[in-house]
Ligand binder design. Sequence first.
Ligand code: 5AD
Length: 358
Amino acid sequence: MNAAAPPLDRAALLAWLREDDPARLAQLWAGATAVRRAHHDDIVHLRGLIEISNRCVRRCAYCGMWSGNKDLQRYLMKKDEILACAARAVRRGYGSVVLQSGEDPGIPAKWLADAIAAIKAAHPLAVTLGMGERELDDYALWRRSGADRALLRFETSDAALRRRLHPPLRADQPDRLALLPRLRDLGYEIGGGFMVGLPGQSYETLADDLELCAALDLDMIGIGPYLPCPDTPLGRRFLAGDRGVADQVPNSDLMTLKALALARLLCPEANIPATTALAVASPEKHLAALRAGANVIMPNLTPPAYRRLYHIYPDQARAAGSDAHDLVLAELRQLGLRPGAGPGGRPRELPRPPDQPR
Ligand code: 5AD
């Protein structure tokens, strides 16, 4: 398998997802690394993650920040706090920041537009938004204010499962998948992705998830394991042993790494992070994601008092976050990788031949 290999067909995808032999899997990691190198060189982009608010009006079955979690204290960072985080990203040499939040139309679009404009006026940073399903007018305003990219994971390609686990607010609400092409039309680079091991996700669904990333021609792809959150009914059922469908995909790190490597093969140009959900459990998993084709790390710059409240999944998983800058640099050195300079958008140039001498 190399960068010039023919696209993976459905049978090959499913075979890789069911592969457990370490020697065979070594070929998958090597193939994904070759493609990553051909399209992205040995460069890993560092993006500063700023969790600007945990307010949310949605009732996603998997997420600890769902609106039904009344025990969670909610926050919205102040503009100057957000700007201080952005300045920290610049001091560390990062080329972009990700402003991430729960979904809350009560967070005024104009307020965020001002924050985006202030970041762009002060720093040469790319700004990525993870704000959920907001009005298209809001996204248009944020784009005019300087935002460059938008993340909106589809979570699962199975529309019925998505509706069940990510219920719409109103019966007539368009599916979130419909928003992604509209965001691209506005000039955003677009990101999507899904969770691995979500109860109800079969192997066929996971293959669909991967193929959907390719069909959407995503610029950024986030893939992480489903981590059961005891503050959700779904998480409690999962922890009590109710693991989903007959052909259920496990929420293991290995399965997540396989999905990540296959996403790299299917979408060579996409920026693919070693996601927090995968990477924080142990530093080796972080390295494993980079070996499986990831080319982005998102160190968390959220002030600790807020970070504790950004409760998507249990805290112990987030506590060991990859935000220790020196540690990240040491990891990259260990793998012969180097941090990227500049905003690090999707590269669209022709790839270098994979067998070119280095
Ligand atoms: N485990 C893992 N990932 C989760 N997310 C939400 N809840 C969980 C969970 N329990 C992911 C979703 C969301 C992203 C911000 O975090 O994919 O889009």
